[in-house]
Ligand binder design. Structure first.
Ligand SMILES: [Zn+2]
Length: 136
């Protein structure tokens, strides 16, 4: 069975990297034009430019959200638990605050990567009932 990538001039790793770059930029992974969020982190239902539905069913991006969002938080917790930068109290506190700020600040970018990974899974394993728009 031929997937949608077989019909694209930029198939393969370049296509994947483009979708991920668009996701990290909080743009539609399909066209790169429409925003993924309105405001800081309010999820938009579909791309206003190409019509791609970002999350067809609630929870579709759950796995990718876990990988991109919860794992960095788990790493931060493990670092704090094992005493990273504990020898200097002020330094440890500064690192801890910087990690929390970085995690919060990059949340929409990581969620965008999760939406892009979900989009890629839909392109690689197409579902006839899936509303992924065709290339223009
Ligand atoms: Zn789009």
């Amino acid at each position: 069975m031929r997937n949608r990538l077989g019909d694209r001039p930029h198939s393969g790793i370049r296509f994947v990297l483009t979708a991920l770059r668009r996701g990290v930029s909080r743009r539609c992974p399909h066209c790169g034009i429409g925003p993924l969020f309105s405001g800081w982190a309010h999820h938009v239902e579909r791309c206003p430019s190409c019509g791609l539905v970002y999350e067809r069913n609630p929870g579709d991006t759950w796995l990718f959200t876990i990988a991109g969002d919860r794992l960095p938080v788990a790493v931060a917790i493990v670092l704090v638990y094992f005493g990273f930068a504990r020898s200097h109290r002020a330094m440890g506190l500064a690192v801890f605050i910087a990690m929390i700020a970085l995690l919060v600040w990059t949340s929409p970018n990581r969620w965008g990567v999760g939406i892009a990974l979900h989009y890629l899974s839909r392109v690689f394993w197409p579902d006839p009932a899936d509303p992924v728009p065709e290339d223009r």
